[in-house]
Design a protein around this ligand. Sequence first.
Ligand code: SF4
Ligand code: SF4
Length: 262
Amino acid sequence: ATYLEELGYNAAAVFPNFKYREDVPGWEVNIPEISLKLIAIRSGTVSLGFSGNVGLKGYGAMIILGCVVTSAKLTPTNPIPQDESFCDECKLCQKVCALRMFGSDDLDTITIGGYAFSCAKRVNLARCQIVCGGLSGLDKSKKWSTWSPGRYPFPTSDKEVMRLLATSINNALKWPESGDEIGVDVYELKNHEDFLNALGDDKEKLVNMIKETKLTCGNCQLICWGDPKETAENYRILTNSGCILQKETGEIIVLPHEEAER
Ligand code: SF4
Ligand code: SF4
């Protein structure tokens, strides 16, 4: 943004997460100021994968998008053709989502500027909020987990998912400190001034939200490395990594799934 301003254009960085529109009813849930993902797939910056993550050939989904809104006049570009997508539909991303947020083989399709884009249907976003938010980590198979010590039976309906969300939040509030809390304190980041500026008017609320959120997943993105052999190896490592448990002292331990179940 600074570079474009130096060239004489208006420019502003877009904060990519935790910041949602307040001018639309329901904004609290999932309407970002601008969807980086949708702009990026339509402009041909990246492709949309089966998981719903975006990626690039050779890199898979292991990329992070940034966005600047500017008054500079840019030349519009078209999407990456499907046969040049990074995604070979191996569907291993589906199997590393502990609560199978996109566990159906049905597709969601969205049309932007005359082009259609598809990815696996979102079964229920709360399944990701529970796992990615660190409230539960035990996989449907019960053979491995994320870094969350939360262990609950696999919910089979939306009603069970919402019950699990409420129960797991209540239980997580009682977890002992592990000494390894992983929420991010924005004030400890290098260059945090720039970061805070991008947060806009609700800085303190957002800073607290980021600090309290203990993200313990991202598997659907992290597993996908743009090379089928490496992605398969990532899947093998993760699904043989055991289960996380927390002792009463707060200590986090890793056990084989048979021992963790006892
Ligand atoms: S793991 Fe990556 S390549 Fe495989 S289906 Fe998912 S998004 Fe596509
Ligand atoms: S981040 Fe984790 S919980 Fe969320 S959709 Fe991806 S694999 Fe599932």
